[in-house]
Design a protein around this ligand. Sequence first.
Ligand SMILES: [Zn+2]
Length: 92
Amino acid sequence: MVADDESSKMWVPVCCHRVMRCNLFRQANGPAYAILVCTSCNKSIALEQEPLAAKDTFGEGSNVLNLLGSPKPPRRDRRNPVSEGDDEPTLV
Ligand SMILES: [Zn+2]
């Protein structure tokens, strides 16, 4: 089952049941960065680049996620993207 392997999956940033928009900025004299924006509530999340080798400096259990960065994500609501309520899994 190679096609269903974790490495073939990606993570989709979601807010207000919508896929967050990703704006990439490449500075001429600085590092590139990205802003995730919710098109519904305007919440924004800044993403900064780090060398992959720096992963271990972020603490035990840090994971590198394949994050989707779409400048024009579909506007439709996502079906049940995040379970809200009682059946939310408890992370220990
Ligand atoms: Zn939102």
